[in-house]
Design a protein around this ligand. Sequence first.
Ligand code: TLP
Length: 345
Amino acid sequence: MSVIDLRSDTVTKPTSGMRQAMAYAEVGDDVYGEDPTVNKLEAMAAEMLGKEAGLFVPTGVMGNQLSIRLHTQPGDEVIIESSAHILRYEGGSASSISGVQLCPVPGNRGLLSPETVELAIRRPDLHTPSSTLLCLEQTHNVGGGSVYPLETLHQLSDLARRHGMAVHLDGARLFNASAQTGVSVAEYAAIFDTVSFCLSKGLGAPVGSIVVSDDASIQKLRRLRKILGGGMRQVGILAAAGIYALEHHVARLVEDHANARHLAVLLQGIVGVEVDVKSVETNMVMFQVPLFPQATEHILGQCREAGVLLNAVGDRSFRVVTHLDVNHEDMEIAGKVFARVFSCL
Ligand code: TLP
């Protein structure tokens, strides 16, 4: 039985075209700056996002954490939405690596408003930490792939700058946002000092993220990456996958969004399933089955046995994510599996 893996868009496997590109990549020692394929990917990403330079890093976590380290001093406070990936899923690394504390601000589907951020920004005071960085997430993972309107991003960034703060974007899925709104990734990136985005999610590369910024910041980030053990050698083999992803897998993201919407509509037709179809903006669907008699683990097990993998995000609350390795027909099959599993409702 073939498995339909909807746990995350991180699960995709490289296509044969991508593997070919990896196999024939020109390589060199990237710590010496001599890997032509890495250099090409970094330049390409910087150009696409309209920034001076880019840095290839192994993971989205590293992209975020290097950026936090760049913008802060130990004891500073970082303002962040309370369900942000940096806060929930990065192992507390902002405090262990940068010695900062995170100030969680509640958002609506993960999206912050300027009014609530304004209240959270510390005013200069002997007693308090300094608010030096605002981190935003686009699209927002726990928010269900939600997308900030461009206007709100401008307002938040203007506000932060008025208070002398830097602004970082965890843009793990920035290309999904752009595919949904038609706003270019460069227009989004222009609002931020640093932007990290992932090649290994919707874009389908096996590994890698990029941080883009100005030349001076990327130089500092390159050193910080080395310090944290992220200086890689003949890594053009991986960068080639990233280049392939940027060349071949950006335009198709709208298909993932259509598949997610389709699955949400199928879920909506199942008695006892709570899903807000309107809130499905990109490649994620969040749904709940609050009255299901058995526990979350049981539901996951039932779906797994029927060949569908998904993740729980809370009690009887689930996330499904569409990506390169699933298609419209898989949505139909998954919809039928969910209907069967939840048929006792
Ligand atoms: N998200 C993963 C899990 O870690 C939850 C997923 O399956 O969605 N920023 C955002 C918004 C992310 O969603 C993720 C990964 C990261 C950063 C970290 O990326 P990696 O896994 O490459 O370190």
